[in-house]
Write a protein that binds this ligand. Structure first.
Ligand SMILES: [Zn+2]
Ligand SMILES: [Zn+2]
Length: 317
């Protein structure tokens, strides 16, 4: 099903002269629970992976910080139970099946090699504005589903492929014995939509900020913050810098200013319903992937525009 972001209630480029040149294309992914396969673009779905290529693992071992370790199957079943019980109390049978609030699998399970888990898989054909090396058509993100001492975000692996090179595909990816629930995405189909994205206000030059302030004072409507940076899981576009204040990222290899590649979004829309696609009823709750980065932040992956071979960098906001 197509998902359509409602248009901003005015022509932004018209009401704030000069803003147009800072506009960027972004692709909202609109992840929604589904049953994607390896041939589909997805969040939290299975990856198209060569059978003869080792699956990435995290060997942080003792550096894994344990909060609540659960088997992936336990997390999936708990989510099913919670979804089925929405709006009512749990039955005795459901309560008996849910893990107790203090329950955690043995810590030793976090000390071994942990297979990473699929987070995103995007085919170039599905994603307008796909970002990646010219000769590739598949973007994949995996991460370690555990916490790491002193890291507030997961350890990730980002890669691009040519599907023509995959050959015999892996039929069943290894699963980690345990995960932290916040790092296990629900399998979601994606519904990519190209939109316009505008920078975080404090990134803009002063004359433009003054024009925005004047416009806000004049209209009294929802301010720039409400409609500038597109929220949720997206490809490209602009990041919000709401936690640290304005910032830029520079490539560790060549120093070039980096650009936003991919966003692991916390929410798809706010309480006022801004950004809720017109196809979805007003009563619908924010359809989260169930991924929570450090209690509710957006996580931004940046790439170097000089070369996709240069390392990805990340920032949490
Ligand atoms: Zn790890
Ligand atoms: Zn670079």
């Amino acid at each position: 099903m197509v998902r359509t972001t409602p248009p901003r209630p005015f022509d932004v480029d018209d009401v704030i002269p000069g803003l147009r040149e800072y506009r960027a294309g972004a692709t909202r992914l609109h992840p929604r629970a589904g049953a994607p396969g390896v041939a589909d673009s997805s969040i939290g779905g299975p990856l198209l992976w060569p059978a003869d290529e080792p699956w990435p693992v995290c060997d942080a071992g003792d550096d894994h910080e344990v909060d609540t370790l659960l088997a992936p199957a336990t997390v999936r079943r708990s989510r099913e139970i919670r979804a089925a019980a929405a709006g009512r109390s749990f039955t005795a049978a459901e309560l008996a099946e849910l893990p107790g609030i203090r329950f955690s699998e043995p810590e030793e399970l976090a000390r071994q090699s942990i297979p990473m888990i699929p987070v995103a898989q995007l085919y170039r054909r599905d994603v307008p504005g796909f970002l990646g090396p010219d000769d590739t058509d598949l973007f994949q993100v995996l991460w370690c589903p555990l916490f790491h001492a002193e890291d507030m975000t997961p350890r990730i692996r980002v890669l691009w492929r040519r599907t023509a090179d995959v050959g015999e595909p892996l039929t069943a990816a290894p699963e980690p014995p345990v995960v932290e629930e916040d790092h296990l995405p629900n399998p979601c189909a994606v519904h990519p939509e190209r939109v316009s994205d505008y920078p975080y206000r404090e990134i803009l030059p002063e004359p433009l900020r003054a024009r925005i302030a004047a416009w806000e004072a004049q209209t009294g409507g929802p301010g720039y913050r409400a409609w500038s940076v597109v929220p949720g899981w997206k490809v490209g576009g602009h990041p919000s810098w709401r936690m640290t204040g304005p910032g830029t990222m520079h490539c560790r290899t060549c120093g070039t200013e980096m650009r936003l590649l991919f966003t692991v979004g916390f929410g798809e829309w706010d309480e006022a319903g801004w950004w809720r696609p017109i196809e979805e009823p007003a009563g619908d709750t924010d359809p989260m992937t169930e991924v929570v980065i450090n209690r509710g932040f957006d996580w931004y992956l940046f790439h170097c525009p000089a070369s996709f071979d240069h390392p990805i960098d990340t920032v949490m906001q």
